[in-house]
Ligand binder design. Sequence first.
Ligand SMILES: NC(=O)c1ccc[n+]([C@@H]2O[C@H](COP(=O)([O-])OP(=O)(O)OC[C@H]3O[C@@H](n4cnc5c(N)ncnc54)[C@H](OP(=O)(O)O)[C@@H]3O)[C@@H](O)[C@H]2O)c1
Length: 231
Amino acid sequence: MKKVLITGGTSGLGLEIAKKLSRKKYHVTILGKDESKLENVKNDLRSKNISTIKCDLRNYQEIKRELKKVKDIDILINNAGIIAYEKIEKHDPGNIKEIIDVNLLGAIFVTKELIPLFKRKNSGIILNISSTSGLVTGGHAEECAYVASKFGVTGFTETLKKEMEEEGKNIRIFGFYPGGMNTPLFKKAGLKKDTSKFMDPAEIAEIVVFILERSDSINMDHVVVNRNKNL
Ligand SMILES: NC(=O)c1ccc[n+]([C@@H]2O[C@H](COP(=O)([O-])OP(=O)(O)OC[C@H]3O[C@@H](n4cnc5c(N)ncnc54)[C@H](OP(=O)(O)O)[C@@H]3O)[C@@H](O)[C@H]2O)c1
């Protein structure tokens, strides 16, 4: 049974990926910052293939301490994220830092703590959920911190890929670049955005699972998924 860790698996895309994988032959560990949400997900999914780790990705010491509990891993999905829409001059510095901490440093720190396990096995997949906002063709005004964090995730992914290649490691590093999905991301940030026509995260999770299940000889390492804006 393959062991998967998903950051931010209590909601939205991460939760949909967790649901799909836990129904297959995977043991899924969901990392989240909210104990009650983690408990609810565990109860809702009613699967013996689910474990949880309570960890706030804004805190490196907590990441370091909590990830010591992970003894084996095959797939890491760096998915947790937060957003804000604000003009740069009005954007609260604490919130700017929080977005970079969760979206970018969270992914880097989690990977840093877990990569020795991947290296020991010389196998596995690290899939980073960036965004179309992490591509030169993407991003919107009033999303400076979010877009910067996602460009960071893109850069981190590409460099980590090179690092593994140079070391001759069979650890596959994938970047995933979705456009707008109908998840609680915006509402949690206090934004009134109509996301009803955005992509269904359950459908996007199916694509993620498809990518993860390709054989070792296939690298679907840069997948962009966007909605058909004519519909
Ligand atoms: N929705 C979109 O349109 C869209 C488009 C492109 C890319 N993305 C990316 O897709 C990923 C998933 O987002 P989503 O849309 O599914 O949003 P979501 O439903 O809000 O899920 C985000 C997850 O991250 C967790 N999280 C937030 N802050 C955290 C922290 N400090 N420590 C640990 N976990 C934390 C959340 O936990 P809580 O519920 O406890 O806050 C939640 O489980 C994000 O990286 C996002 O940037 C989203």
